[in-house]
Design a protein around this ligand. Structure first.
Ligand SMILES: Nc1nc2c(ncn2[C@@H]2O[C@H](COP(=O)(O)OP(=O)(O)OP(=O)(O)O)[C@@H](O)[C@H]2O)c(=O)[nH]1
Length: 323
């Protein structure tokens, strides 16, 4: 890495950090206001403080099971160290959350590092219900790959809604990458097949396929996703290399429910959690990454093309606890 690249990278990470800090601002304000209320007038972490902390974590959408794990860890620490001051609670909580994410999120390799390494396009099938930010996330991903010098092809296989196809085409133009589309109400599997073929023809590094996510008809969803996979495999036998489920972080327990349903319908290999900037309950990322043994790879912290970040547990928790 040359000196220029080093500074460029350094500047990039500073910008990323700033947008993460801004994106998590609502969650932070909410969490720390509540946390300081919980410990006001108390010098040690006792049962009452732990009870308040439990309520606070649940309220931040960390989820019951994960909250119980965090509280158990802190309780064990309090029992071991005998005296834990409330002033230390921040640090302890932060350490325990990082440790929890470490247990559950190991082995997540950034897609960008893997894309284009095998000589064939790296195929990403993107799933998720309408409105969660699926198309936007695909646009942002395309931008990320494109900006990193990767050749990208998009496939508009969400043919159920005209707007989804149009929106993807607009993203393609904005980013400067080709979009394979057959229009609305066409066979999604045929779009996916053509997109993967186009990717091979063009020597693309990445092919990203948008799909329709109609959860209310699980059998149809399952069949449609299986069919899309089967036809892709006629072109590239081990495709898709990633099935990315997009979840709206501002919908709290709904996001958990969707993750449960989609993981039943297809084999999901990675998660993207969007709209964290619009919620005070960003704890959902901690819960989701703990509950499903699927790595959270990306988080959305705004509407701009550059507002999609690689999820890194340390950076995330540091930002959350930064005052
Ligand atoms: N604030 C914010 N808005 C986001 C983020 N990601 C997506 N959005 C917005 O969420 C809205 C829905 O996003 P879409 O990409 O249209 O959602 P979709 O899941 O593709 O839904 P359909 O296109 O309706 O299938 C859009 O207005 C996006 O700009 C994010 O990380 N932060």
């Amino acid at each position: 890495m040359g000196l220029f690249d080093f500074f460029k990278k350094d500047k990039e990470s500073t910008t990323q950090q700033a947008s993460l800090d801004a994106g998590l601002a609502k969650t932070k304000t909410n969490f720390f206001e509540q946390l300081s209320k919980a410990v006001v007038g108390k010098s040690t972490v006792d049962e009452a403080v732990l009870d308040d902390l439990e309520g606070l974590l649940v309220h931040s959408d960390v989820g019951i099971e994960t909250t119980v794990k965090v509280i158990d860890r802190i309780e064990a620490r309090v029992a071991r160290d005998k005296y834990v001051s409330t002033a230390e609670l921040d640090r302890i909580l932060r350490e325990e959350i990082v440790a929890l994410l470490e247990d559950n999120n190991s082995g997540s390799t950034a897609m960008l590092d893997r894309a284009g390494n095998s000589g064939q396009p790296f195929v990403i099938m993107v799933v998720g219900v309408n409105g969660v930010g699926k198309t936007t996330t695909i646009g942002k991903l395309a931008h990320r790959f494109h900006a990193a010098g990767k050749k990208v092809v998009l496939g508009a296989a969400d043919t159920f809604r005209a707007a989804a196809v149009d929106q993807l085409i607009i993203w393609g133009e904005r980013v400067g990458v080709p979009v394979v589309s057959h229009g609305m109400n066409t066979d999604p599997a045929s779009v996916a097949y053509d997109a993967v073929r186009k990717g091979v023809e063009l020597g693309a590094d990445v092919v990203i396929i948008d799909t329709a996510g109609r959860l209310h008809n699980k059998v149809n969803l399952m069949n449609e996703l299986s069919k899309i996979k089967r036809v892709m495999q006629k072109v590239i036998p081990d495709a898709p290399h990633e099935v990315l489920l997009v979840l709206d972080g501002s919908t709290g327990q709904n996001a958990f429910m969707q993750a449960k349903e989609f993981t039943k319908a297809t084999e999901v290999t990675a998660l993207a959690v969007t709209k964290l900037d619009g919620t005070a309950r960003g704890g959902v990322v901690i819960g989701i990454s703990d509950q499903f043994s699927i790595p959270v790879r990306y988080i959305g912290v705004g509407e701009k093309m550059t507002d999609l970040q690689l999820f890194d547990r340390h950076t995330f928790v540091n930002s959350l606890f930064k005052k």
